[in-house]
Write a protein that binds this ligand. Structure first.
Ligand SMILES: *Cc1c(COP(=O)(O)O)cnc(C)c1O
Length: 289
């Protein structure tokens, strides 16, 4: 698979060479990185002879809708365990997931944490994937994001981190002389370092740092300043971003470029990991795109 690279041209990035890997363009609903993260779970499920794959997520989860779609494409049944009670008005995300054949089960926030209890309620033949695709197979799939373009020419690769699975895959897949930067979009996720460290392959991999000061208040928080940034970025670069992950990622890139984090010799690759379907939860006309 080939993914397009977009060169950023505006004055936002202080003349640092910044290019974007547009994995968001692979599919409108199935955001780029989820596609890669699911690949080996789907293969493993089929190899183990299981017909149903189940996973966890919230009402607007990119992972849920991507799993539904990927399972449908692979001829597997899918189950989504959704955090929180069912409401009368289903989210567009869950409607899409159902339209791809996913069977939804709503559980309380308390119950959602009791994974063992949930597993026991289902047939032993269900193949379980962690929330967000967290795990070694997800990381392995994510490392292949770097094979979709000529990514060896960059000094830095920068991505958004939720669980850290994608970031760990990029670290494993990048060259030892490249540096991977992960932008945590959760507030105070002190566990991220451990998770990434445990998933990174033990081979010769890239160096990395994880930054924790670009969460804009926490997961899915989107103050006006962030919305304005999304509109400005779209106006100046024709680049759409999502409210949960990539808007915060690109804000971090801008900030790092303007605070001399990079030198003029550096060449930065930003991974646009998709997630645009999440913007449908905003009131109409909030975004210019
Ligand atoms: C899920 C997601 C991420 C985070 O991926 P992790 O592997 O959980 O860190 C980043 N960007 C988008 C658009 C996502 O949907």
């Amino acid at each position: 698979m080939n993914v397009a690279i977009q060169k950023l041209q505006s004055n936002l990035f202080n003349n640092i060479e910044v290019e974007v890997l547009r994995t968001d363009e692979i599919h409108l609903i199935v955001s780029g990185n989820k596609w890669f993260k699911l690949k080996y779970y789907i293969q493993d499920c089929i190899k183990k002879g299981k017909e149903t794959l189940a996973t966890f997520g919230g009402t607007y989860s990119n992972h849920i809708v991507a799993t539904a779609y990927a399972c449908k494409s692979a001829g597997l049944k899918s189950i989504g365990i959704i955090r929180g009670e069912a409401t009368k008005f289903s989210s567009h995300t869950l409607k899409d997931a159902e339209s791809y054949g996913m069977e939804l089960h709503f559980v309380s926030r308390e119950m959602f944490k009791e994974k063992e209890k949930i597993y026991n309620q289902f047939n032993k033949d269900v193949y379980w994937v962690n929330e967000g695709g967290l795990g070694a197979l997800g990381s392995k799939g994510a490392s292949e994001i770097l094979l979709t373009a000529n990514t060896s020419i960059y000094t830095h690769i920068i991505c958004a981190c939720g669980t850290g699975t994608m970031c760990s895959g990029l670290i494993s897949g990048a060259l030892p002389n490249q540096k991977v930067i992960g932008i945590s979009i959760l507030k105070g996720n002190n566990d991220l370092e451990n998770v990434v460290n445990s998933l990174v392959s033990k081979n010769n991999h890239a160096s990395y740092s994880l930054l924790h000061n670009y969460h804009f208040g926490g997961y899915a928080k989107h103050p006006l300043e962030l919305i304005q940034w999304m509109n400005e970025l779209h106006k100046k670069e024709n680049l759409p971003t999502d409210i949960v992950y990539t808007s915060k990622l690109f804000y971090a890139v801008k900030d790092l470029c303007n605070t001399n984090y990079f030198t003029s010799q550096d060449k930065v690759l930003v991974i646009h990991s998709g997630g645009l379907q999440g913007n449908l939860s905003l009131p109409k006309n909030t975004l210019r795109f």
